[in-house]
Design a protein around this ligand. Structure first.
Ligand code: FES
Length: 190
């Protein structure tokens, strides 16, 4: 005759303890989980604040002047010198050659003024005698430069920079490239 197998004898309460987890351990697991979620939220918050702070220090747009710019067509440059005030450069033309000298004083960056000499002045620059028609003077601390940009008086530590010139193939405009300094002998022939 078939008989239902009975469960082995057990002490009262033993079965209940084996089948359901301990309440204290459930509470402990819950607390660990909640504390991890809380810690994660705090870290995300700190990360967000740090990102916002760093982002605020970086401007969206840089308003720096481009270093390579057009200054006009050749017919706008007659014989002699022309000052491009907003770019702080002098363009010199001598017949079919041109060159560009920076107007930024090499001492502390003031804009130098060009002085036209009443009569040509013979000076020895870099071992060569030249008859110069212009010189540059800085109004801030009195530095002086010969017509080729070589410093000869005052606190300026070095000559005025010479920049590369080229012609734009698309419209023939003269381009000054202040990212490229060239020797004082550089000339663009047109
Ligand atoms: S800035 Fe030109 S001499 Fe000082």
């Amino acid at each position: 005759m078939w008989r239902k197998k009975s469960a082995p004898d057990q002490a009262p309460g033993t079965l209940h303890q084996r089948e359901t987890p301990d309440k204290a351990s459930i509470d402990l697991t819950k607390r660990k989980w909640i504390s991890r979620v809380g810690l994660g939220a705090i870290l995300v918050g700190i990360g967000g604040q740090a990102y916002a702070l760093i982002r605020a220090l970086v401007p969206n747009v840089l308003y720096e002047d481009p270093q390579r710019f057009k200054v006009g067509t050749l017919d706008q440059f007659g014989e002699g010198a022309k000052f491009i005030e907003d770019k702080r450069v002098f363009i010199f033309r001598q017949k079919n050659t041109l060159h560009c000298i920076s107007a930024t004083c090499t001492h502390l960056g003031c804009t130098v003024k060009m002085e036209r000499l009443n009569q040509a002045k013979r000076v020895t620059v870099r071992g060569r005698e030249i008859d110069e028609q212009v010189e540059f003077a800085c109004p801030c601390h009195g530095s002086k430069y010969y017509g080729d940009g070589t410093n000869y008086s005052g606190p300026a530590p070095r000559p005025l920079a010479h920049y590369k010139l080229e012609l734009a193939p698309e419209d023939g405009q003269l381009i000054v490239d202040t990212s490229q300094t060239v020797s004082q002998d550089f000339r663009l022939t047109v």
